[in-house]
Design a binder for this molecule. Structure first.
Ligand SMILES: [Zn+2]
Ligand SMILES: [Zn+2]
Length: 188
C-alpha cells in the first residue's frame, strides 16, 4: 500500500511493515533512561542509541505493524517487574521496541534508529524523558520535558487505538491478549 513503511533487523531476516499514518497517530520521544540504555547494551546494540545514550522512540498502535518475515526470531524480555516488555530479534539481536504486557494497551514504542520511520509519519520529537540520565549533556528539544509531556502524547495516540480495539489486531499478542513469546526476566 502506498504510504506504508517497511523496516528490517540488522541482518534482514526479520522484516515488518508499518501501516500508513501521519503525525497525529504517532508520538516521538527520546528516552535517556537507564533501562533503555541497558536494553541496548544487553543486546550489543549500542549503535541503535542516539547521542547521549538516548533511544529514539516512536509510539504507535501496534495494530499498524505487520510482520512480513522472521516472526520466529522475535523474543521479549523485561528488565524490571513494572517495566515494559522489550521486543528484539534473536537472529541478530536488533531491538524492535517496547510494549505493554497486555493487548489491552496496544502500543509499541518502536526504536526509530531501527524502524527509520520518516518524519512525515512521526512528526518531530515531542518530548525528552530522563534527560538527566543521558551520558552527556544533550540540548532540550520538543515541547516538553519529562513524564507528563510523554503521557499527553501517548494518550493522544493510544486512546483512539484502545477504542478501536487495536489489541486484537496486534501481532505481538495471542488470543489470550498476552505476548506470543515467553517474556524473559533479566535481573538488574
Ligand atoms: Zn536479524
Ligand atoms: Zn527509557
Amino acid at each position: 500500500m502506498s504510504g506504508d513503511h517497511e523496516f528490517s533487523c540488522r541482518c534482514g531476516a526479520f522484516r515488518a511493515r508499518v501501516a500508513p499514518g501521519g503525525p497525529s497517530g504517532a508520538n516521538r520521544v527520546i528516552c535517556y533512561c537507564e533501562s533503555c540504555q541497558k536494553f541496548a547494551r544487553e543486546l550489543g546494540a549500542e549503535a541503535t542509541l542516539v547521542e547521549g545514550g538516548g533511544s529514539d522512540i516512536v509510539q504507535i498502535s501496534s495494530a499498524r505493524i505487520d510482520i512480513l518475515d522472521g516472526s520466529e526470531s522475535l523474543a521479549a524480555l523485561k528488565l524490571s517487574e513494572k517495566g515494559p516488555v522489550r521486543w528484539h530479534t534473536t537472529c541478530c539481536n536488533t531491538p524492535i521496541g517496547a510494549a505493554a504486557g497486555s493487548a489491552r494497551i496496544p502500543f509499541i514504542g518502536l526504536n526509530n534508529e531501527v524502524a527509520k520511520l520518516p518524519e512525515a509519519m512521526t512528526g518531530p520529537v515531542t518530548a525528552q524523558l530522563y534527560r538527566r540520565s543521558a551520558t552527556k549533556r544533550v540540548p532540550e528539544v520538543g515541547q516538553g520535558q519529562g513524564m507528563f509531556a510523554v503521557i499527553l502524547g501517548f494518550a493522544r495516540v493510544m486512546i483512539p487505538a484502545m477504542l478501536r480495539g487495536d489489541g486484537a489486531r496486534s501481532p505481538f499478542y495471542g488470543p489470550n491478549r498476552k505476548p506470543i513469546v515467553r517474556v524473559r526476566r533479566i535481573e538488574p
